[in-house]
Design a binder for this molecule. Structure first.
Ligand code: HEM
Length: 406
């Protein structure tokens, strides 16, 4: 399989995909991604006013060249700065980006995460396993009763927000995400986002001076003690609140959904727990919770044979790249035995998710294995309705589960 190279040398203008319907993508985007990729790895989509990049090699090429493909985009870059109080690292290129990113890297390495947060992740899972058990096999809903609150508690810990509740963390996260996506300028969304900003700032008013005197292993402490302007510290904490909860939450439900649909693979993982990390990565490739993120060209360029003007807005569709047949054999199959496993679910290049070890450990090594250990025979409950939502960010909003003998 060719993983990072282009097969074409000819240069042409982008073709137009005027058939793309974003409302249909909300229900199920995968047919659209397949059709787009067949049309070309870089295609102009009028309904979204951007070029969608769906080829694996093309997505990788974008991330390898931030001088040409900048993360400092207009549109959602402006709403992100408005929603979070200032532009965070995600909307900056190096060297400015690296100054804000470097302080958090050491605390998010696998060894640090296991030492600082492993026991907390275990405790958080246990608290909500009890909730699931209490609901019982006829009423338990994995997203509401387990995935969302466990992901929220884990983020409270990693950020060191000891005084915050998981409910507050969920509310803030949703308010920031809605604000970042508020291109239509809906005043109700801004009002909720402003409330979340005020509440998080009130926590930080107390926490930041405390952490300067008493540094700890939290992400907030790493940012606070890095000599950054305080506005940058606050914006990056809020960025993490918006990004560090939803995706781990979706990965808990995605893994259980994928394994329930592939019982023979589930049984292999349960018989050999060393396969949990592989199952995590294959689920992340197959059902990437972040579908797309934006980039903007700083100059006229050519991407996989397609001419792009200066100032072109791109949607880097990593979930489509993760199902590119040029990179993965039978990409539509969930297969923990596949040999090629490097995927783009955590992005790539300088913005590669710094929380990838936190997510791998919290979800793939703790939250999902523990729920299978505690509730023998765990599976999705097909008698009740499940629900998916979204395509830029996609996840299960309802996942009824049951357990015991089938
Ligand atoms: C399975 C769970 C997760 C997934 C799939 C995920 C995915 C991603 C992706 C794709 C990006 C790059 C976006 C872009 O380039 O525009 C990113 C960036 C980021 N993620 Fe995650 N993430 C996850 C969990 C987390 C966690 C747990 C944290 C924090 C504890 C976190 C914090 C961040 C931050 C701060 C950035 C910005 C990095 C930068 O700009 O250099 N993420 N994530």
């Amino acid at each position: 399989m060719s993983e990072g190279s282009f097969t074409t040398t000819a240069v042409a203008a982008a073709t137009t995909a005027d058939w793309v319907d974003p409302r249909a993508m909300l229900r199920d985007p995968f047919d659209t991604y397949d059709r787009l990729r067949e049309q070309g790895s870089v295609v102009w989509v009028p309904a979204l006013e951007r070029y969608l990049v769906t080829g694996f090699a093309a997505c990788r090429a974008v991330e390898a060249d931030q001088a040409t493909f900048s993360a400092d985009v207009g549109g959602s870059g402006a709403t992100m700065a408005r929603a979070l109080g200032a532009k965070p690292m995600l909307r900056k290129d190096d060297p400015g980006h690296a100054v804000e990113r470097a302080p958090i890297n050491p605390g998010l390495r696998a060894k640090s995460i296991r030492a600082s947060w492993g026991p907390r992740f275990e405790r958080n899972a246990q608290i909500h396993l009890d909730v699931l058990r209490e609901r019982g096999p006829k009423q338990a809903e994995l997203n509401r009763d387990y995935a969302a609150p466990v992901a929220a508690r884990n983020l409270v810990d990693v950020l060191g927000f000891r005084e915050a509740t998981p409910e507050e963390m969920q509310r803030w996260s949703h308010a920031f995400i809605a604000g970042i996506g508020n291109l239509a300028d809906d005043p109700g969304i801004w009002a909720r986002c402003d409330d979340a900003q005020r509440e998080v700032d009130e926590h930080l008013d107390v926490l930041l001076p405390h952490l300067l005197r008493h540094p700890d292993t939290s992400m907030t402490s790493a940012l606070a003690n890095a000599g950054l302007p305080e506005a940058a510290v606050r914006a990056n904490v809020k960025l993490t609140i918006s990004g560090g909860m939803n995706e781990p939450q979706h990965m808990i439900t995605n893994m259980v959904w994928a394994l329930s649909r592939h019982p023979e693979q589930r049984d292999r993982v349960l018989a050999d727990p060393s396969l949990w990390p592989v199952a995590f990565d294959e689920a992340l490739r197959w059902l990437s919770p972040i579908g797309m993120y934006p980039r903007e060209t700083t100059r006229a360029t050519v991407l996989d044979g397609v001419e792009l003007p200066r100032g072109a807005t791109l949607g880097v569709v990593i979930v489509a790249a993760n199902r590119d047949p040029a990179a993965f054999e039978h990409p539509e199959r969930f297969d923990i035995a596949r040999s090629q496993r490097a995927h783009l679910g955590f992005g790539s290049g300088v913005h590669l998710c710094p929380g990838h070890w936190a997510a791998r450990i919290a979800v793939g090594e703790i939250a999902v294995p523990r729920v299978y250990e505690a509730l023998q025979g765990l599976r999705t409950d097909t008698r009740r309705d499940e629900a998916w939502f979204g395509w830029v960010f996609r996840g299960l909003t309802d996942l009824p589960v049951t357990w015991g003998p089938s």
